[in-house]
Ligand binder design. Structure first.
Ligand code: G4P
Ligand code: NA
Ligand code: NA
Length: 194
């Protein structure tokens, strides 16, 4: 997705060989126009999948997921990372290990909003090692819902998450795939013509 790649190049900051900072449009400040285009792109890539709901994770997954939900005409559910005063009953919970932070955290979704027969599109801002996506798939399985695919805004292709998820036979669509952040340069993976 050219608009996204342009944004990454002009407003992203390479912090190290493995970390890209995109606070200017995705992780802190949000660019609504870009987000709307991202939503349309996800919708186009999953339009034939009969998606019933979108499942994402707070906080940075919410903006792109919401725009995709608007385009596809389906509700958006975000898994919670913190305990909530009101979200206490009927919880589906998964453990998510972060290699980056070396911590395990719990993510939760109310069973009220994901049911057997749901056909979910999982969306997230970044795909690194894939642990967040696997946690959301775990929650979908607990609810006996299907996962029709995963939509990612920025995939770090040099980390193993994308390969691991695709090896499971899951359709993973990433709008920008980064091959390398070495030498302070963002190198994108060449995309096959679509
Ligand atoms: P994984 O789920 O793919 O295994 O990822 P990992 O544990 O490595 O990621 C932990 C957090 O760091 C996630 O955000 C993820 O989106 C983010 N992240 C990973 N790599 C990068 C990167 O290169 N750049 C940026 N900007 N973020 C990265 P989170 O803690 O869930 O935060 P948020 O959703 O509240 O923003
Ligand atoms: Na993030
Ligand atoms: Na995230």
């Amino acid at each position: 997705m050219d608009l996204l790649k342009e944004k990454i190049v002009t407003e992203g900051k390479v912090l190290s060989d493995s970390v890209l900072k995109v606070d200017a449009f995705l992780n802190h400040q949000v660019d609504p126009v870009l987000m709307q285009e991202i939503g349309k792109e996800f919708a186009n890539r999953f339009r034939d999948k009969k998606i019933t709901k979108i499942l994402t994770l707070e906080s940075s997954g919410i903006a792109p997921a919401t725009m995709a939900g608007l385009e596809l005409g389906v509700p958006v559910i975000f898994a919670r990372k913190r305990q909530s005063l009101t979200l206490t009953d009927n919880l589906l919970t998964a453990e998510v290990y972060s290699f980056t932070k070396q911590t395990t955290s719990k993510v939760s979704v109310s069973h009220d909003f994901i049911k057997e027969g749901d056909n979910l599109l999982v969306i997230d801002d970044f795909l690194a090692n894939g642990q967040a996506a696997l946690g959301l798939i775990d929650i979908a399985e607990q609810a006996k819902a299907d996962v029709a695919g995963i939509g990612i805004v920025i995939e770090k292709g040099f980390q193993e998450g994308g390969q691991a998820l695709r090896d499971k036979g899951i359709k993973v669509e990433s709008l920008a795939i980064i091959d390398s952040l070495e030498n302070n340069q963002v190198a994108f993976k060449e995309e096959a013509l679509r």
